[in-house]
Design a protein around this ligand. Structure first.
Ligand SMILES: Nc1ncnc2c1ncn2[C@@H]1O[C@H](COP(=O)(O)OP(=O)(O)OP(=O)(O)O)[C@@H](O)[C@H]1O
Ligand SMILES: [Mg+2]
Length: 222
């Protein structure tokens, strides 16, 4: 499902080359639940961004469903991403003036679905993410946990098989972290392929983790 081969992402700063990611090799099968651990600055966000095709590597390959995404032209890439990958960013990236419902419906606009199909998908996603009761609320007036659940619903609405979460519990209190874990468990049961970057110990003992990846200074340490 996801294949990463000899991936490098570096930045040249003056005469020095700084590797945010170095020689990353990784294979992730459909339905896996991957925990991506590493301290601040170890390369977690960089790796998720490259998997999502939102940044380009200096060398190496990212294949999603056998498609080397680096080679896709930009307009195909955004369509491909929409169909394959749902992303839950740390800061949620909601459209603050729109309702929860409209935020969740937004990724469906390019898909040219009927209004009936859009309504069904949005409602189903809101339900899985436990946020149906706030459907008509404006995003700017939500709590942190509610914003996150809206972002989860938005990541689900396209039915993308891959879900990427970047430090999903960093801004949540204990009650909202527990709700988030329940939702993740649901997504795992729906056979989504899930990658969670975190340094929150709450994830360490989840029984459904299939691979734990430790990043240190941009390298995978087994
Ligand atoms: N545009 C850039 N120019 C130079 N260095 C960069 C750039 N983007 C990222 N980096 C560096 O790459 C390294 C990895 O960054 P990344 O954001 O992937 O870390 P992270 O593991 O997600 O950290 P955090 O837990 O703080 O979110 C960091 O040292 C960062 O400073
Ligand atoms: Mg990060």
């Amino acid at each position: 499902m996801i294949e990463i081969i000899d991936l490098n992402r570096y930045y040249d700063i003056g005469k020095k080359r700084f590797y945010a990611l170095k020689n990353i090799n990784l294979t992730i099968d459909k339905g896996e639940f991957i925990l991506l651990n590493g301290v601040s600055g170890s390369g977690k966000t960089t790796l998720l961004t490259l998997i999502a095709g939102m940044d380009k590597p200096n060398s190496g390959i990212v294949k999603i469903d056998n498609e080397p995404i680096v080679k896709l032209p930009d307009q195909h890439l955004s369509k491909f991403r929409n169909q394959h990958i749902g992303i839950i960013f740390q800061h949620y990236n909601l459209l603050e003036n729109l309702s929860v419902y409209d935020n969740v419906a937004t990724p469906l606009i390019p898909m040219k679905l009927s209004l009936k199909e859009i309504d069904k998908r949005v409602k189903d996603s809101l339900k899985i993410a436990n946020i149906s009761h706030k459907a008509s609320s404006v995003a700017s007036k939500l709590s942190g946990g509610e914003k996150q659940r809206t972002a989860i619903a938005r990541a689900l609405v396209t039915k993308a098989p891959i879900i990427l979460c970047d430090e999903p519990t960093a801004n949540l209190d204990k009650a909202n972290r527990d709700i988030f874990l329940d939702i993740l468990n649901k997504l795992y049961k729906l056979k989504k392929t899930i990658i969670v970057s975190t340094h929150d110990p709450i994830f360490n003992n989840l029984e459904y983790i299939t691979q734990k990846i430790n990043l240190i200074d941009g390298q995978i340490i087994k």
